[in-house]
Design a protein around this ligand. Structure first.
Ligand SMILES: Nc1ncnc2c1ncn2[C@@H]1O[C@H](COP(=O)(O)OP(=O)(O)O)[C@@H](O)[C@H]1O
Ligand SMILES: O=C(O)C1=C[C@@H](OP(=O)(O)O)[C@@H](O)[C@H](O)C1
Ligand SMILES: [Mg+2]
Length: 194
């Protein structure tokens, strides 16, 4: 197992033993940010999103790409994620990352020690969402073609890191995806604790 060893079980904790945040990865527009927020509302997990923190500190992502370039965005992104993963107040939280984050070597290495959930979605299901992709500089030009190309580059990494796989295709309601994630987290924690 690549995850860090389990902490001692805490009988008081509804969500099982603490192990750092559960990290959501997957392609752009799969619904990672939406799912992380929903998990907080529906099940009481803590919540964080690396892109939101980047925006708070550095401004909107398209402007950041424009002014400082993708390499600098990736550096800031990796630094932000490392900081979030060290934050003990985010144990039992759901942490949503940007779609490209796991492609940075230092992020990938950190994720090998976390519980990682991969939110999968097919092109057909994501297409409509990509029309409103104006705030995603990586999709500039032909958004659907760009999404397809990036997915081809990233799929193996997503799959290799995943402890949990979640299906968001076919417009599955967020409540169903969230229920799957909650159950999978609990099952993995029982397994780690036992
Ligand atoms: N299960 C879902 N059903 C319908 N719309 C969704 C669902 N998940 C996400 N969305 C919508 O899709 C868009 C992209 O979601 P977002 O959470 O920003 O994706 P990501 O963080 O993976 O890029 C948002 O407008 C969001 O409200
Ligand atoms: O896939 C990518 O390279 C990116 C995904 C975005 O996040 P979402 O996956 O939440 O859209 C955001 O980090 C940035 O626009 C770059
Ligand atoms: Mg997001």
């Amino acid at each position: 197992m690549s995850r860090r060893p389990p902490a001692a079980p805490d009988p008081q904790a509804d969500l099982g033993p603490s192990q750092g945040p559960i990290v959501l990865i997957g392609p752009m527009a799969a619904g990672k940010s939406h799912l992380a927020k929903y998990m907080a509302r529906r099940y009481g997990y803590g919540y964080a999103d690396s892109d939101s923190l980047i925006v708070q500190r550095h401004g909107q992502i398209p402007q950041l790409f424009e002014a400082r370039g993708e390499d600098e965005f990736r550096r800031i992104e990796a630094e932000t994620i490392a900081e979030l993963l060290e934050d003990e107040s985010l144990d039992d939280s759901i942490l949503s990352l940007g779609g490209g984050a796991p492609m940075t070597a230092s992020v990938k290495a950190l994720l090998q020690h976390q519980m990682v959930a991969y939110l999968e979605i097919d092109e057909r299901s994501v297409r409509r969402r990509l029309r409103r992709a104006g705030n995603r500089p990586m999709l500039k030009g032909d958004p659907v073609q760009r999404w397809r190309d990036l997915m081809a580059q990233r799929r193996d990494t997503y799959e290799a890191l995943a402890d949990i796989r979640l299906d968001a295709s076919g417009n599955r309601p967020i409540s169903r995806i969230a229920e799957d994630l909650h159950e999978e987290i609990q099952a993995l924690r029982r397994q780690d604790a036992g």
